[in-house]
Design a protein around this ligand. Structure first.
Ligand code: NAP
Length: 243
């Protein structure tokens, strides 16, 4: 669909943050399979075959800028950004410290902002860009114990829509993909009883695999999706339905 081979465009430079594991890894693998030039900004671990890696922590603005500079030096200007790196630090509201709240926002929201700001300069110059922000069903659905995480993920909707209004006339789209319950380390860490409660609430009656999120990301980053921007695309088996 969006592959270099079938859209007539040269290979695009795609950056997926946090491609060492989970959903980010599946997204990076999908873009590699589609023939794109794929890079990641990551902290640790090993990377899928064919993915160029630059190390940075999303909380460190200067390190993120340097990582993008090394990707550009290796592969060229970034045309597709998938802001995927994210964390949870769950606890009930009354026990949530300022640090619990600020730490999660620093990675999920400000870290995403740092990446979006960095790539848009060249996208404007090239009059082309695809930005995909990985949010979560809980951003719009809400979730007890996740006031920090849900706030950070809901804010990505405002970010995508503002970027769309600011840069939509320059060939740049910015969309949100909101996964529901995906089988990764993040969800495997939840207690069995919580997992069962979620499963019962999901109309599809099952959890999803990271590859199912990757398929939606590939589509919104494709040329076929040029007229979709500021949208929230749920991949959640009907749990939240992306209000
Ligand atoms: P995961 O397996 O926990 O992976 C999280 C990724 O984010 C890892 O690559 C991690 O790197 C990276 N990361 C975390 N903090 C970072 C930091 N400070 N700087 C740079 N990278 C950092 O999670 P996942 O399930 O694949 O989640 C990926 C995205 O999907 C997240 O944004 C998450 O909120 C979202 N999501 C997940 C689900 C789900 O059900 N799993 C549902 C909705 C949304 P390290 O390996 O170095 O820690």
């Amino acid at each position: 669909m969006s592959g270099a081979a079938d859209n007539g465009r040269d290979q695009r430079v795609v950056v997926v943050t946090g491609a060492n594991r989970g959903i980010g890894r599946a997204i990076a693998e999908r873009f590699v399979a589609a023939g794109e030039k794929v890079a990641t900004i990551y902290r640790s671990g090993d990377l899928p075959e064919g993915v160029f890696g630059a190390v940075a922590d999303m909380r460190d603005s200067a390190a993120v800028d340097t990582a993008f500079a090394s990707i550009e030096a290796e592969l060229g200007p970034v045309q597709v950004l998938v802001a995927n790196a994210g964390v949870t630090k769950d606890t009930l509201l009354m026990r949530m410290s300022d640090e619990d709240f600020a730490d999660v926002l620093d990675v999920n929201l400000t870290g995403t902002f740092r990446c979006v700001r960095r790539v848009t300069k060249n996208m404007v110059r090239g009059r082309y860009g695809r930005i995909v922000l990985i949010s979560s069903v809980v951003g719009l659905y809400g979730s007890p114990g996740q006031v920090n995480y849900a706030s950070s993920k809901a804010a990505l909707v405002g970010m995508a829509r503002s970027v769309t209004r600011e840069l939509g006339g320059r060939g740049i789209t910015c969309n949100v993909v909101a996964p529901g319950y995906i089988d990764t380390a993040m969800t495997q860490a939840l207690p069995e009883a919580t997992q069962e409660k979620y499963r019962a609430a999901i109309p599809a009656g099952r959890f999803a695999q990271p590859e199912e999120v990757a398929a939606a990301v590939e589509f919104v980053a494709s040329d076929d999706a040029a007229y979709i921007s500021g949208a929230v695309i749920p991949v959640d088996g009907g749990l939240g339905m992306g209000h």
